[in-house]
Design a protein around this ligand. Structure first.
Ligand code: GRF
Length: 207
């Protein structure tokens, strides 16, 4: 498949973008981040991108509050295409992406979700896992489809839920695994080792 040309969409701290940047820097991932877009004007992910010299900008998604649609979606697709992106990474992007973006990058939009899907889609999944009394929690990297946190699963990693966990301590443990899982999924994609049949993602052997 060759070097991935990534467009990263994020709303928050950008620690997942950082893990991808670090993996690229160490030579562990054949990719480059061509563009970072955030729907939050002062999001830390934009500061991080600037520090790394990665082109980035705020994407005004008004009038929508929870989705990327209409004129903003068109602008987003245009910016990603103009930057030469072939793969879109949702790294803490707190909006639903719609079919037009997915059609512009077929089977090339990946999301990270802080739970072992299909359990606990949506927001604050780690709090949901804690409140439910789960003994394990984790993270999922998946291809994005038209649903919410519902596309074919590429990588999952588990963490234990400890008796003295708070939402913060559990989220921190999950995030450590996120920072391994996203580069791992992208490495498999870059190596052309993923194939999708229905809901199942098959990983071919290395080499
Ligand atoms: C992560 O927990 C991710 O799983 C969720 O949003 C958070 C983003 O964190 N979708 P960051 O901005 O990458 O630090």
């Amino acid at each position: 498949m060759g070097k991935l040309k990534l467009g990263v969409l994020g709303s928050g701290a950008g620690s997942n973008m950082q893990s991808i940047t670090d993996a690229i820097g160490k030579g562990d991932l054949d990719a480059e981040i061509r563009l970072v877009l955030s729907d939050v004007p002062d999001a830390k992910i934009l500061d991080r991108a600037r520090r790394h010299g990665i082109p980035c900008q705020y994407l005004d998604c008004a009038p929508w509050k929870t989705k990327l649609e209409g004129e903003a979606e068109d602008r987003c697709i245009r910016l990603l295409k103009d930057a030469g992106c072939d793969t879109v990474v949702l790294a803490g992007f707190m909006r639903i992406v719609k079919p037009k973006l997915l059609a512009a990058f077929p089977m090339r939009v990946l999301n990270i979700h802080p739970a072992l899907l299909p359990a606990f889609p949506g927001v604050h999944s780690w709090t949901q896992a804690l409140d439910y009394g789960c003994k394990v929690a984790g993270v999922t990297v998946h291809f994005v489809d038209a649903g919410t946190d519902s596309g074919p699963i590429i990588v999952q990693k588990c963490v234990p839920v400890l008796e003295d966990d708070t939402p913060e301590t559990l989220h921190a443990r999950i995030q450590e695994q996120e920072h391994l899982a996203f580069p791992e999924a992208l490495r498999l994609l870059a190596a052309g080792r993923l194939s999708v049949e229905g809901r199942r993602v098959y990983i071919s052997k290395e080499g």
